[in-house]
Design a protein around this ligand. Structure first.
Ligand code: SF4
Length: 313
């Protein structure tokens, strides 16, 4: 019988206690797919200021060419505030005692090296933090940063989360990803050669993709010897290029049945050592699809489907 190997189980086995990831959004961080270095507008599903000038409450942008970073103090303060606000809640709800700081929003290796170093080390100095998880793009991490993270990994639990989304170059072009799958392969190979932990992020329901394309992306991603994976249905939020396509009737979101069917097949393909960090996503404030608006119901449908498929929770 196939067993569901969650990231929580991986952490519990390794650290013998519950460990929570604390999501952090660093003000002033951006993405080369938004600021014009690679493209403008971002991925079609990305909510960013290209579509709503007021999107970021605090309009800060890091000057990547400057040697000094005038935002650094503000960024450190924001990091600490978010951390302490979140852990206070986590301690009450989950009785968590140890944490991984998760640099989640934007491209968290796209900043001057000294800025990254200061922010990562600030995060690691916070109470009960055992490591970092850094969300980024495969075209936005330097060899110097990778080597530095490798050195940190000798003492801390370090994860790099790469957005892959699809292994199909036509899809990547359609969603304005700004890089191809060859770039993903090259960077993940380099990251794994350094012995770093890699989590891959895939999206099901991308424009024009059939189930066979989605499962091919799963296979191509597994072939990169990743350590963990996140699955996500493509949903539509306002302030995105996808919202425009959706409103014009040119994008039809994946149905819940098709998503869960693909998810179960994908989970069955995973090697035993690859943990799952996410099986779905959703929020109340979506344009579509409706089934993504209620995460609790989604999870209950997924659990039923897992049981039916003989996958033990
Ligand atoms: S890589 Fe991430 S932050 Fe950048 S445009 Fe795409 S979704 Fe947005």
């Amino acid at each position: 019988m196939h067993k569901l190997y969650t990231f929580g189980k991986y952490l519990r086995n390794k650290f013998k206690t519950n460990i929570k990831k604390v999501p952090i959004s660093i003000p002033g961080f951006t993405c080369p797919n938004i600021d014009g270095k690679i493209a403008r507008g971002g991925c079609v599903f990305c909510e960013n200021e290209s579509f709503s000038p007021n999107f970021q409450k605090e309009k800060l942008t890091l000057n990547l060419n400057s040697k000094t970073n005038p935002l650094l103090k503000k960024q450190i303060k924001a990091l600490k505030n978010q951390f302490f606000n979140t852990t206070e809640t986590y301690e009450k709800i989950y009785k968590s005692k140890k944490y991984i700081v998760y640099f989640q929003s934007w491209t968290n290796t796209y900043a001057p090296f000294d800025t990254l170093k200061t922010l990562y080390e600030t995060a690691l100095s916070l109470p009960n933090v055992i490591g970092l998880s850094i969300g980024t793009r495969t075209d936005s991490i330097t060899d110097k940063t990778l080597q530095y993270l490798k050195n940190l990994s000798e003492k801390y639990e370090i994860w790099i989360e790469y957005g892959i989304q699809s292994s199909n170059d036509k899809t990547l072009k359609k969603i304005n990803r700004g890089h191809d799958f060859a770039n993903v392969q090259k960077t993940i190979k380099k990251t794994k050669n350094l012995g770093l932990n890699v989590c891959a992020h895939l999206i099901f329901g991308l424009p024009g993709e059939k189930q066979e394309d989605m499962l091919k992306s799963v296979k191509d991603t597994i072939d990169l010897h990743i350590d963990s994976i996140k699955f996500h249905p493509l949903y539509v939020t306002d302030n995105t290029l996808l919202a425009i396509e959706y409103k014009k009737g040119r994008f039809i979101p994946i149905s819940e049945e098709d998503y869960i069917d693909t998810l179960i097949k994908a989970i069955k393909m995973l090697p035993e050592n690859v943990s799952i960090q996410r099986m779905t996503a959703g929020s109340k404030n979506l344009l579509a699809p409706d089934w993504c608006k209620d995460k609790a119901t989604q999870m209950s449908h997924i659990h039923k489907a897992l049981q039916k498929a003989g996958i033990k929770l």
